[in-house]
Structure formats: C-alpha cells, structure tokens
Design a protein around this ligand. Structure first.
Ligand SMILES: Nc1ncnc2c1ncn2[C@@H]1O[C@H](COP(=O)(O)OP(=O)(O)OP(=O)(O)O)[C@@H](O)[C@H]1O
Ligand SMILES: [Mg+2]
Length: 251
C-alpha cells in the first residue's frame, strides 16, 4: 500500500524545502525510491532536489490536445500517453519526480484527463511513498485533486498569518471529509519562543502532532546560492529533525 504524504500551507513558509528534505530522508531510511510530486504550478521542487525538469504534465496535456491526431500508426492512444508520462518523469538516484506544471487552459481535456488519471493512479501504486508538494493556500484542497492523504503536513512559519492559515487548512480538510490518516503541523523557521497566542491557536486546533523546526542559516545560504538541498549536511540538526518526522510518518 502506498503511503501518501501531502504538504500544504501559506506561501513561502517552507513547503517545498520540507517536501524535498522529506523525500531525501524517506528514501535514505526506507531504501525505496520515493515519488515526489510537484503540484505547484509555480514549480521548484526539482531545483530543490537538484534535478532539471524538462517536461511537466501540464506541457504534456497541451501536447496531447494538439497532437491527438498525430499519434504514430500502430500505437494506441493509451500507449502514447504512457510513453509521454515517462517523458515527464525525472529520475533521481533515490526518487522520481513528477512535475504537474501549469493548469489546464480552455479546451476539452476530459478525454485526456481520464486517460492521465488512470495512468497516474497506476503509477502512484508502484511506489511505497509519495510526497506531494502543494501550491500555497486552499485551492488544491477544494479542487480535491488528492485521492487520499495518509499524512497531511501543514507547514507554518511562526507568524500569526502562517499559523492561522495552517489551522484553516486543517479545518477545511476535516470539513471536506477528505480521507486523512493524520495531521502534522510543522512550525518552520522558528527562532526563539512562539508567541503565546500562536501556541494557543495551535493547541486548540487539535493537530495530531506538532513539530518545531528551527530557522537554519545553511538552508537560506543554499537557497541564495541556487544550490539544491541535497547539499545539506546529513548530520545537521535540521536534517536530524527531518529524520525524526520520517520516523513518525513510518510509525
Ligand atoms: N528552516 C528554514 N530555515 C531557513 N530558511 C528556510 C527554512 N525553510 C525554508 N527556508 C527558506 O524559505 C524560503 C521559502 O521556502 P520554500 O520555497 O520551501 O517555501 P514554500 O512554502 O514552498 O513557498 P511557495 O509558497 O512559494 O511554494 C526559501 O528561501 C527557503 O530556503
Ligand atoms: Mg513551494
């Protein structure tokens, strides 16, 4: 059974950073190839994982719409789509990355989407772990693009807006009755004590688990120099904490 982990939260709080670190640590600890899904139209998970994305699923969808009648003779539409999906998968050493890219433009995508869904569902089933880095805000939850989430990781920074957004997402996910195994709040970039009002909001929200991740100047440095997070020292305290999250996810 695939374990699906969805990462969500306000803009800029560290969703992609935490997703990338989790992909690395999960792969390392489990010895399995992890499927990383970049579901943010403003994709950058590939950069953080140190792989160059040449084709997104959004590009692929457009290509399929345009080239529906250019499918090579002797190839079925299904085979053609399967081949194209493989083009949109980037293979790292311990993970595969699927970048969703831009959303649909105007046009009739039903047929293509139906074929894609069948293949994507089958693809996801081949992995032990799938991590989905979502776009900021609530849109992705209301669109119900995710089938199920074994773990919903809500990322926040130590600000009022960050925590409020995480709490709202938590409430929304519960209201929408999306099948969720458990919820984790990661308060990221923590420097010092949380404001008592933030702690109160968090306590009242009823997350299954709450984890504090410190501000790490090395992460900021890597980000400024355009280097991937694979360069982060695995003995650093942040990486160790990410390994702690992985242990909880797998327990
Ligand atoms: N623990 C941390 N310590 C220091 N800097 C961090 C930490 N986590 C994330 N950052 C930095 O914060 C910035 C935003 O991080 P990231 O891109 O992961 O956020 P995001 O939530 O995915 O943003 P977006 O909403 O734009 O997708 C980046 O410059 C990143 O390097
Ligand atoms: Mg991001």
């Amino acid at each position: 059974m695939t374990l699906t982990i969805a990462v969500s939260g306000k803009g800029g709080v560290g969703k992609s950073t935490i997703s990338a670190l989790l992909v690395m640590a999960l792969a390392e600890k489990s010895g399995e190839v992890v499927l990383a899904v970049d579901a943010d139209p403003n994709s950058n998970l590939g950069d953080k994982l140190g792989v160059r994305v040449e084709k997104t699923l959004g590009d692929l969808r457009e290509d399929l719409l345009k080239k529906a009648d250019e499918i090579p003779a002797g190839t079925s539409k299904q085979e053609f789509v399967k081949y194209q999906i493989q083009l949109a998968m980037m293979e790292g050493s311990s993970f595969d990355l699927l970048t969703m890219g831009r959303p649909e433009g105007p046009g009739c995508y039903c047929y293509i989407n139906n074929i894609l869904r069948v293949f994507l569902d089958a693809l996801v089933d081949e992995y032990e772990f799938v991590i989905i880095d979502n776009e900021a805000g609530m849109e992705h939850l209301s669109r119900r693009t995710t089938r199920k989430m074994d773990v919903l990781i809500l990322v926040s920074d130590p600000t009022k807006v960050g925590v409020e957004t995480a709490v709202r997402l938590h409430d929304l996910a519960r209201e929408m009755e999306i099948k969720i195994g458990r919820t984790m709040l990661v308060v990221n970039k923590v420097a010092g004590e949380l404001h008592p009002a933030a702690s109160k909001l968090i306590d009242e929200a009823g997350f299954d688990e709450v984890i504090m991740l410190p501000f790490d100047s090395r992460i900021e440095e890597l980000s400024f120099s355009g280097a991937p997070l694979t360069k982060l020292d695995h003995s650093s305290s942040t990486y160790r904490q990410i390994e702690g999250i992985v242990r909880r996810i797998r327990s």
